[in-house]
Write a protein that binds this ligand. Structure first.
Ligand code: AMP
Ligand code: ZN
Length: 467
């Protein structure tokens, strides 16, 4: 298997990637806190995970990946109490919205999406382990991690703990950056209506950092090959994960490679809910933007570089996608003329060069430069009226491989959809609804949506129009 090199935040160097089992590459990524729609910054982090997955697949690895869903934290509790809902009722629609966003962005499904509230027993077990290893103390019914007792604290973020006054504590989920303190593992309920679990370590709920350590153990029974997250999570979140997992199970390896993705910015500042400077995918789709162009924009900058989001940049991304798609369409038209039935090739010469770019810590800029080179060259080839079926098939197959990474292209020539076909689909959908066959009605609605049809209820009845 060809070697891949990743920049490991732990060593500060690019390292050759050697997973323990190539046919089960264990990867854990910090996922969303589900109390609102994800913003494009969050989605950039999730698209990085997708790029990683697609790359590993291209290199012949079999990934076994997890993204957690944080469905309990201070914000969720605040909001759910305000809306008089229990945690599940409150978070469920946001989990669904998160999954819809992933689908719209053509993000491949991972193997596991565990929820924090389903892992309480593992969290309790981990605290018990930490306690017996002498790393935990109690204060007012809550349990804290004593970081001065863990000798490797700071090894990932290189943060200096020497000035820390022992016993200074954090007990919220919302942290100040760079401020070193003992962190809460288990929180004693403070206010009425606050969700809590009755467990062997007392009544309460988990601290945020504990969730990830416990879910990794829940899914894999041990550590992982790769752990990812946005750079803002390096400290304290990931540092605390290390303290918990290695503190509880010092004989095991927790994480071999830490990969951190950079922020999406707006006017030079991190896109964040708290700053109000964010866009959601839905905002942009409502304005008529195609999610594929948003996908392209968010993956087109190297994951370790900051990316400033602007509408102009999105416009440029959409131009780039059209340029590639137009070339693919030309090749498709030409080949369909020459050969009715063709099958795209899996092993195609030229692909090596693309893999080489990805092997260098996912060098997407180099990858895209080669893509545009291929576009230019293929357009020239077609301009010269060259029409050697094998050559066209080879180029198309290469674009198809490229799209196994980019995930933004279509490989069918769009057929003209007749009004009568749409009338028939609309009629079938109405019928399905009348018969309360909602699954079928939803399926037909999606088909109509894909065909670019908008349905409108008017006084004269249901009407449709093209987008
Ligand atoms: P959250 O839902 O806030 O816990 O964040 C989920 C993921 O999004 C984490 O990996 C964060 O590091 C990442 N993230 C948050 N804001 C941004 C941003 N502006 N740019 C890139 N990643 C971000
Ligand atoms: Zn995490």
């Amino acid at each position: 298997m060809k070697e891949i090199r990743f920049y490991n935040s732990l060593s500060g160097e690019k390292e050759v990637f050697r997973p323990e089992f190539p046919d089960k590459v264990r990867i854990y990524s910090c996922g969303p806190t589900v109390y609102n729609f994800a913003h494009l910054g969050n989605l950039r982090a999730f698209l990085f995970v997708d790029l990683l997955r697609r790359t590993l697949l291209s290199f012949g690895y079999k990934p076994d990946m997890t993204m957690n869903i944080t469905d309990i934290d201070d914000k969720i509790i605040r909001e759910s109490i305000a809306q008089e809902k229990n945690i599940r009722e409150f978070t469920e629609p946001w989990v669904k919205a998160f999954q819809e966003d992933l689908d719209s962005l053509n993000i491949l499904k991972l193997e596991h999406y565990p929820r924090a509230t389903d892992s309480i027993p593992s969290m309790v077990e981990m605290i018990q382990k930490l306690r017996s290893n002498g790393l935990v103390y109690e204060k007012d019914g809550s349990l804290y991690y004593s970081i001065s007792k863990f000798k490797n604290y700071g090894k990932l973020s290189k943060i200096d703990v020497s000035g820390m006054k022992s016993g200074t504590r954090y007990d919220t989920d919302e942290y100040d950056k760079d401020d070193v303190r003992d962190f809460v593992l288990w929180k004693f309920p403070k206010q009425d209506g606050e969700p809590s679990w009755e467990t062997e370590i007392g009544s309460g709920r988990p601290g945020w950092h504990l969730e990830c350590s416990a879910m990794i153990r829940d899914v894999y029974g041990t550590g992982v090959d790769i752990h990812t997250g946005g750079v803002d999570l390096t400290f304290p979140h990931h540092e605390n994960e290390i303290a918990q997992s290695e503190g509880a199970y010092p004989e095991e390896s927790f994480v071999k490679y830490w990969l951190h993705s950079e922020h999406l910015l707006v006017n030079g500042e991190k896109m964040a809910k708290s700053k109000g400077n964010f866009f959601t995918l839905r905002d942009l789709v409502k304005e008529g933007e195609d999610p594929r162009n948003i996908r392209f924009l968010l993956i087109s900058a190297h994951y370790r570089s900051k990316l400033n989001f602007t509408k102009d940049r999105l416009e440029e991304a959409s131009g780039s996608v059209s340029k590639i798609q137009n070339c693919v369409n030309r090749l498709l038209e030409e080949l369909t003329k020459l050969e009715k039935n063709f099958v795209l090739q899996e092993n195609v010469s030229g692909w090596e060069e693309f893999l080489e770019s990805l092997a260098d810590d996912l060098n997407i800029s180099k990858f895209l430069a080669s893509v545009f080179e291929l576009v230019k060259d293929s357009n020239q080839y077609l301009d010269q009226n060259s029409s050697e079926p094998n050559e066209i098939l080879k180029r198309l197959s290469l674009f198809h491989k490229i799209d196994s990474i980019l995930g933004v292209l279509h490989f069918e020539l769009k057929k003209e959809v007749l009004d009568s076909d749409i009338d028939e689909l609309v009629r079938q959908r109405q019928e399905a609804r009348k018969n309360k066959n909602f699954a079928e009605a939803d399926r037909l609605r999606d088909t109509l949506n894909e065909l670019g049809i908008i349905l409108e209820d008017t006084k004269e009845g249901l009407r449709w129009k093209r987008k």
